[in-house]
Design a protein around this ligand. Structure first.
Ligand code: AMP
Ligand code: GLY
Length: 423
């Protein structure tokens, strides 16, 4: 098989790494890819939103399967575009990716089908939102409806902050048209867990759990980022909780999307909070998480191509999804200053130290070639993942491996996986 992966981050490097292990695959392309992906795939310089060029390329190379990894192209209909050209594509169509593309849609879906989530109201004008806030209890959460790079969520401690938030989202349009509609939601407390699930439209199978660290700084301080590190599994996501989620969240979501005529195929990422009143959905994403994929996929035993094809063909019920009985930790090496402003173009040293080590991975996120030298090319630069027999060993291994890499302005959190000390 010839496979084309669409995307360019650490998640895509993890996906390409899993695909490269499949006996069925003879050639991998990645558009646009990065310097690390280039070791496993032929990178092609086509942007993820350039559907015409992507489709033409896939046709020209007789690609058998396309994997669309990022949210933007999924929400904009990349899978529909490939399908219209007769090319098999893994991921939800636009009418299902809306579960991530519109928070107002996903909240209304959960309400209609009784899926546990925070109480909320949707607003399409600032005046009604401000009026509602006058009688609200604080803290309260404001969410821009559309895609906002994970940054369109504001937790407001009092009325003043909330008023400023409405202005930011709905009037000043900090997140562009993503803020045309806004969700105001009850503030919840509890541990978070990310559960990525394979879906074939009818059957849903959760992968092993993971926990992300979204804030830029140690102690969950600083701004929200795309994610600074992950561990898997979450020791707090017990078998009982998994069973509860299966019956009350995963299966009902699958059935709800089907009933709405929006069959969901691909990866449904459930962002959950384990609140004192039970598990509730914080958000859905229509794709693998980044950097969740970097700890979940290295632990998956199945051939990823088999699973992706089963999702497309509607035969996921026949797949016995299996994960290794171990743990993995990913520490993101970023450019100092991320997520605000940072310099790039610095040479990266030490990448070769990962060669030939089965339990260690260096997933490239923002890197590129400058001649023969790999240099930094983004806020999140690399994801260093290590496995271990348990979370403690995996964490020690991952932090040891972060020392193998050097580049100017290297920045990382030092407390990825700290929560496991509280088990
Ligand atoms: P989201 O993009 O909706 O997952 O929100 C980003 C982050 O904001 C989540 O990972 C939570 O840490 C936080 N958050 C979102 N919604 C709530 C809520 N209702 N209560 C408390 N924290 C929230
Ligand atoms: N790590 C969170 C996300 O991929 O949205």
């Amino acid at each position: 098989m010839k496979v084309l992966v669409v995307g360019s981050g650490g998640r895509e490097h993890a996906i390409v790494t899993s695909i490269s292990k499949s006996d069925k695959v003879s050639k991998i392309y990645c558009a646009p890819g990065n310097a690390g992906i280039a070791a496993l795939a032929e990178c092609v310089d086509i942007g993820v939103m350039d559907f015409d060029k992507l489709v033409a390329f896939a046709k020209d190379k007789a690609v058998d399967l396309v994997v669309v990894a990022p949210d933007d192209p999924l929400v904009a209909g990349a899978v529909d575009a490939f399908e219209a050209a007769g090319i098999r594509a893994f991921g939800p169509r636009a009418n299902a990716a809306i579960i991530e593309g519109s928070k107002a849609f996903s909240k209304d879906l959960m309400k209609k089908y009784g899926i546990p989530t925070a109480a909320y109201e949707n607003f399409t004008d600032a005046d009604s939102a401000l009026k509602y806030l006058e009688t609200a209890t604080f803290p309260i959460v404001l969410k821009a409806d559309g895609l906002a790079l994970g940054k369109g969520v504001l937790i407001c401690n009092d009325l003043e902050e909330a008023k400023a938030g409405v202005k930011e989202i709905m009037l000043d349009k900090h997140f562009g048209s993503a803020g045309n509609t806004m969700v105001i939601e009850e503030f919840m407390t509890g541990r978070e867990v990310s559960v990525l699930c394979f879906c074939d439209g009818t059957t849903i199978k959760p992968m092993t759990s993971a926990q992300d660290h979204k804030r830029a700084k140690d102690g969950d301080q600083g701004l929200n980022t795309g994610g600074m590190g992950t561990f898997s599994p979450s020791p707090f996501y017990t078998k009982e909780i998994d069973e509860y989620c299966m019956e009350n969240i995963y299966k009902p979501t699958m059935a709800a999307m089907k009933a709405e005529g929006r069959e969901f195929k691909g990866v449904l990422f459930c962002g959950l909070m384990m609140t004192p009143n039970g598990v509730k959905v914080l958000e859905y994403n229509a794709r693998f998480g980044d950097p969740e994929a970097q700890v979940v996929l290295p632990r998956m035993k199945n051939d990823i191509i088999d699973v992706m094809e089963a999702c497309i063909d509607g035969t996921l019920d026949k797949v016995d999804l299996q994960f290794e009985d171990n743990a993995a930790v990913c520490v993101v090496l970023a450019s100092d200053g991320y997520p605000v402003s940072y310099e790039k173009g610095y040479p990266i040293h030490g990448l070769e130290k990962f060669d030939g080590k089965d339990d260690y991975f260096v997933f490239h996120a923002g890197t590129k070639f400058d001649g023969d030298q790999i240099v930094t090319n983004g806020g999140r630069v690399l994801g260093v993942t290590a496995k271990g027999k348990d979370l403690f060993e995996a964490r020690a291994n991952a932090y040891a491996a972060t020392e193998w890499i050097t580049f100017d302005n290297k920045y990382m959190r030092h407390d990825i996986g700290k929560a496991i000390d509280e088990q």
